[in-house]
Structures are given as C-alpha cells and as structure tokens.
Design a protein around this ligand. Structure first.
Ligand SMILES: NC(=O)c1ccc[n+]([C@@H]2O[C@H](COP(=O)([O-])OP(=O)(O)OC[C@H]3O[C@@H](n4cnc5c(N)ncnc54)[C@H](OP(=O)(O)O)[C@@H]3O)[C@@H](O)[C@H]2O)c1
Length: 250
C-alpha cells in the first residue's frame, strides 16, 4: 500500500509526472504545485482518470520563499492535516557561462535550486516531525559532488540541498519520520533536451520515478544515487587529482 497523502513540489517536471502517476494508480490524495496552472489542471484531470482520489493544484513560482510557510500549511490542510510524502522536484539547470557574467542570474539559479528549496524542505521537516511520520524526498544531482567548470553554479545549489536534506534525515530519524535526498545522474527530460543523447548513462523518467517511490515506501539510505551506478562514477570523479582534473573539459 503506497502512502496516501502526497505533496509534489514541481509537479510538472517529467520525473514528477511519472511519480504522480504511480501514486494516482493507487488512489492517493495529491497536491500538485508548479508554475503553469493550465498544465497543472490538465495533469490533475489525467491523474483523477488514473485513480487519484483527490488532486488539488497550487499554481505558483516555488522560488518565492516568503510564501513557503503559509502555502505549505495550506497544502497540508488540503490533505486533512497529514502529509505522508513530500516530493521536491523543481530545479533549474541554467546557463553556466551566462550566469558567470550575470551575478543576478547566478543567484537566481542558487535561489531556485537551494534557498527556496531549503525553505520547502524545512517546512516539510517541521510537519513530518510534528506528525512523527512520513517522508521527504528531495531531488538533487551528482553535479553537487564535485565542482566542475561546466555547471558549478547549479552544482553548488544541489550540493547545498544534499547536505540540508541529509541533516534533516538525521534530525527526523529518532522522531519516526524520514528524509531522503536522491542524487540523479543524466535523465532524458526537457531539462536536458539540448544535450546530445543518449548512451548507457542516460535514464528514463519513469525508471527514476519508480526508484524514488521505492525509496519513499521502503527503508532507504538517506542519500541515494539514481541510478545506483553513479555512486561508483562519482567516487572516481571525486578522487581524480586536481592536476589531472583541471586538464579536462568536464
Ligand atoms: N534531467 C537530468 O538529467 C537531471 C539530473 C540531475 C538532477 N535533475 C533534477 O531533477 C529535477 C527534475 O527535473 P527534470 O529532469 O524532470 O526536468 P524538467 O522536466 O525540466 O523539470 C524541471 C521543472 O522545474 C520547474 N521549475 C523550475 N523553476 C521553478 C520555479 N521557480 N517554480 C516552479 N517550478 C519551477 C519547471 O517548471 P516550468 O515547466 O514552469 O519551467 C519544470 O517543471 C530537477 O531538480 C533537476 O535539477 C535532473
């Protein structure tokens, strides 16, 4: 039996939509948050046809951290005061070169991937701690494991998110609730549409969603790599000496 009351932050992400379908098929109550109201309503209608018992929509820019506490409380109220699962999906890859020359854009990237995401994760943690149940699943990236010239602004935000959620997992462990941060490798989604694809390293959104739901529903490590082979790849990347690493274009 999958968890019943699910909040999905960034519900229009390709991976989030696949995740929502898995819960809808089990009759879950869903709250979907994203920016595009029309697309959210279309997704909600589809999820109800697929079996969702309830599907509320919250159309907003999730990076507005000043709205997080009140909005999260409203989302929880819509689920009769209990959130069994909170998924944080939204993120911004950004344009590294452009952001290097435009510090406002760089900080915007960090706000989307870290500052505002931290606000949602802390709101979720407070709720799960009060309930003494439920799980937070936050989507991070292997880009946070080692700063690389091609995406270190995005990577810095994801690194911050990883450590934050790891800490939340530690905090919640004695309280009967859980948090998991998932470090994703390459996934074939609109975010990576501009990248020439797709070899053996690329995963499909549906497979990633299944792995995230498994981490939410069963005992899991607080930090998981998705797919799991990225743990090995990133371990190797992290131990390459800087002298050699700095000669690469990674
Ligand atoms: N794809 C990969 O290779 C990969 C690898 C590692 C980690 N990830 C992470 O996986 C997560 C899901 O991304 P995805 O691959 O599924 O890509 P995606 O389909 O492009 O989803 C990204 C979503 O984030 C939403 N978003 C961005 N800023 C937002 C904001 N301020 N408020 C509300 N929504 C916002 C976008 O909304 P709009 O539709 O309104 O733009 C979009 O729906 C992200 O956190 C990403 O960093 C992806």
């Amino acid at each position: 039996m999958l968890k019943r009351n699910i909040i999905i932050l960034g519900a229009l992400s390709a991976i989030a939509e696949e995740t929502a379908r898995l819960y809808a098929a089990k009759g879950a109550n869903l709250v979907l948050a994203g920016r595009n109201e029309e697309r959210l309503n279309q997704l909600a209608a589809d999820l109800k046809i697929r079996g969702a018992a309830q599907c509320d929509v919250v159309a907003m820019d999730l990076s507005h951290e000043e709205l997080v506490a009140s909005t999260f409380a409203e989302m929880t109220s819509a689920l009769n005061g209990k959130a069994d699962g909170v998924y944080l999906f939204y993120g911004l890859l950004g344009d590294q070169r452009q952001e290097e020359g435009d510090i406002t854009a760089a900080l915007r990237n960090i706000n989307v991937n870290f500052t505002s995401a931290a606000a949602w994760c802390l709101a979720a943690a407070n709720q799960l701690e009060r309930q003494a149940s439920g799980v937070l699943i936050a989507v991070s990236s292997v880009a946070g494991d080692r700063g690389r010239q091609s995406n270190y602004i995005y990577g810095a935000g994801k690194a911050g998110l990883t450590v934050l959620v790891q800490g939340i997992a530690h905090r919640l462990a004695p309280k009967g609730a859980r948090a998991v941060v998932a470090k994703l490798g390459f996934v074939d989604t609109p975010m990576t549409a501009h990248i020439a694809k797709k070899g053996l390293l690329w995963a499909k959104p549906a497979a990633v969603a299944a792995r995230l739901v498994a981490a939410a529903e069963k005992p899991s490590l607080p930090v998981v790599y998705v797919p799991g082979f990225w743990r090995v790849i990133m371990t190797i990347i992290c131990i390459v000496p800087a002298k050699i690493f700095h000669k690469t274009k990674l």
